[in-house]
Design a protein around this ligand. Structure first.
Ligand SMILES: Nc1ncnc2c1ncn2[C@@H]1O[C@H](COP(=O)(O)OP(=O)(O)O)[C@@H](O)[C@H]1O
Ligand SMILES: Cc1cn([C@H]2C[C@H](O)[C@@H](COP(=O)(O)O)O2)c(=O)[nH]c1=O
Length: 236
């Protein structure tokens, strides 16, 4: 039976990697897929994983009708057996409805990947619709950790070193740990849009719920544990 599957987890848990693995594995099995994404960190129209894999993909803009896109491909005589849909949190509710229709009426498999909730802990509209419509949800096995060692479940937005709780829902960016580890180096800087967050200065940190609620990032907990020594005055 064809399925609409929603693979989810916080940032940096391996969703894009799995998306590209699914495509690779199904291609080896003789199937033909179509890849979609929206606002990938590496630039428009590509799926990129922090492990360095990248593939071209169709950019899902708010205007794109996924049902019509597939029907046009099939009408033109091209084959489509399944869809891989990355960054699906950014799709509209209507686009997720179109994905469900593709599964039910054209018997395509749809593998959707995305984070559930934003930096304010609110569900993204696309993710909410996927939860409502999908045949099954899968959480990924690689579970990023909060700085305290607990499993990280929430995404915090960091601006100028501090966790923020106000701002627009969409701000493309990487996790602070990956930026510090030089993850941008794994993307070809000659590629358009490559080399770091689109929304300058925005990074993310994955936290457990307790520390997300307390706004306790790794940097803040370090600062509280090891306060900067006061500058002492020279004796005259
Ligand atoms: N240098 C590395 N060596 C091994 N694994 C890595 C390395 N860098 C990143 N990863 C793995 O890649 C995962 C992030 O993959 P990615 O597909 O980009 O995540 P997502 O799409 O969920 O944000 C990390 O959780 C980690 O398991
Ligand atoms: C929490 C949160 C995230 N985003 C953006 C940041 C990244 O560009 C993507 C998530 O990508 P990943 O492959 O899962 O790491 O979403 C956002 O725009 N708003 C948010 O609140």
């Amino acid at each position: 039976m064809p399925e609409l599957v929603f693979f989810t987890g916080p940032m940096d848990c391996g969703k894009s990697t799995l998306a590209l693995q699914m495509d690779h594995t199904h291609t080896l099995g003789g199937r033909t897929g179509a890849l979609f994404t929206s606002h990938d960190r590496a630039g428009e129209a590509r799926i990129s994983s922090r492990l360095g894999l990248q593939r071209p993909a169709v950019e899902v803009t708010a205007e794109l009708d996924l049902w019509r896109w597939v029907v046009e491909e099939l009408t033109a005589g091209r084959r489509v057996d399944y869809l891989v849909c990355d960054e699906a949190q950014f799709y509209t509710r209507e686009q997720v409805d179109q994905l469900a229709r593709l599964v039910d009426e054209l018997q395509l498999d749809v593998f959707a990947f995305g984070i559930l909730s934003d930096f304010q802990t609110r569900l993204f509209p696309g993710s909410q619709r996927l939860v409502e419509l999908c045949d099954r949800m899968e959480t990924l096995q690689t579970r990023p950790l909060c700085w305290c060692g607990a499993v990280a479940t929430h995404n915090a937005r960091i601006v100028a070193g501090s966790m923020v709780t106000e701002g627009s829902q969409v701000a493309v960016g990487d996790t602070l740990a990956e930026v510090e580890a030089g993850a941008g180096d794994r993307v070809d800087p000659a590629e358009p849009g490559a080399g770091g967050p689109d929304d300058a200065g925005v990074t993310y940190e994955v936290l457990c719920r307790r520390h997300h609620r307390a706004r306790m990032t790794a940097a803040r907990s370090r600062a509280l544990r090891y306060p900067e020594p006061l500058p002492f005055e020279e004796e005259r």
